[in-house]
Design a protein around this ligand. Sequence first.
Ligand SMILES: [Zn+2]
Length: 85
Amino acid sequence: MTISDGSIDDPVGTVIAVLLDGPTCLECVAAKAHVTLDGVAAAILEITKVLEVHSDRSRCGVCDEDALVFCVQKPTRVAASGDVA
Ligand SMILES: [Zn+2]
């Protein structure tokens, strides 16, 4: 998957990994991905171009606070090995 060319510092992949883990609030994504809140917001914007990002008012899987949380849906269109969701 090519989201953006270039730098290893690109937080997009890291943010995706955090969000795939479960619903996570912005602050926890920032903490886990080691980026600023602005960086997380920018990364989420990038991610929405390639994956479905869901945001909801719910309990954060990391800090357990009721907050606006984000999660991404794993692409299911191409099932490589008979994986039925
Ligand atoms: Zn949190």
